[in-house]
Write a new protein. Structure first.
Length: 286
């Protein structure tokens, strides 16, 4: 089945509209009648295809009682709904809740993640999260628990049927005593518990391999049942959602190389288990 043309921005516009319509208690037909629109016109808009003016969209959002912040966000997406790739600049630090990433993760069929010497946020324990968040000089202390709560909420997607995940992790990331020795041991045991789920593969890139393709390229690759793939690259103050075909193909090759450089799933679990039973190479007992 061919993929339907859709962009990250267009899907966020459509998701926002669907949420607004549902919150207002309208059906699509009832809202179209209230706005004096053809229902097909509303359907195109909700599916991220545009076809309306910003004034028309503003009227629609007003009928739904959308708050000003959300209204302005959705209006900003309308003229660029068909534009591929999206660089989101966050200012001093990323948002507590990353709406775009969460919505795309909720729709994804597969997820492939590589984070260098950090563990993927979807696999972190609360203790690891707190230590990692507090290590950032740009995150206000008052936001730490809210960020932990948001990340734990995102982790619920790992239990969603229909989502298959592969996490590539460097062996060094398993040795770092993030949060202290007890937190590290708890984190290793958590990885083993997650690794037995049928929809999750954890693959370790061994230190002994030396140079490898993922040395400076943390990313998350998402594929979908109906849409083209997306690659997400997160930085300290920005997030890029990459959709152009050439870049997507380049990341396919990166994933292939990471797979070739990694231990298989059983070998990876054995290595994690052995590290949980030994002393940290950094000298902290576990």
């Amino acid at each position: 089945m061919p993929k339907r043309f859709s962009t990250v921005r267009g899907r966020e516009l459509g998701n926002g509209l669907r949420t607004a319509i549902a919150a207002a208690g309208f059906t699509s037909r009832a809202l179209a009648e209230r706005a004096d629109w053809d229902e097909a016109k509303l359907s195109c808009l909700v599916n991220g295809k545009g076809g309306v003016s910003d004034v028309e969209l503003g009227v629609l959002l007003g009928l739904c009682g959308v708050n000003p912040v959300e209204r302005d966000h959705l209006l900003s997406l309308l003229p660029v709904a068909q534009v591929k790739s999206w660089l989101q600049e966050h200012g001093t630090c990323p948002p507590v809740y990353h709406r775009t990433l969460a919505e795309n993760l909720a729709a994804a069929k597969t997820l492939i993640s590589w984070r260098g010497i950090a563990l993927p946020e979807l696999l972190q324990t609360p203790a690891y999260m707190r230590a990692a968040i507090m290590a950032s000089p740009t995150v206000p202390g008052a936001e730490v628990e809210a960020r932990v709560k948001a990340r734990l909420k995102m982790q619920e997607q790992l239990r969603r049927r229909g989502l298959t995940c592969t996490f590539y992790i460097h062996e060094l990331a398993l040795s770092l005593p993030v949060g202290g020795g007890e937190a590290r041991q708890e984190q290793l045991h958590h990885l083993l518990r997650v690794a037995v789920r049928p929809n999750v593969d954890i693959r370790i890139v061994p230190t002994a391999i030396g140079a490898h393709v993922g040395m400076d390229r943390p990313f998350t690759q998402l594929t979908f049942e109906k849409y083209e793939p997306v690659v997400c690259v997160e930085c300290e103050t920005s997030t890029a959602f990459i959709e152009d075909e050439a870049s997507i193909e380049a990341y396919v090759e990166v994933v292939r190389a990471l797979s070739e450089s990694s231990l298989d799933a059983d070998e990876s679990k054995a290595l994690i288990a052995s590290l949980g039973e030994t002393q940290s190479p950094l000298g902290e007992a576990v």
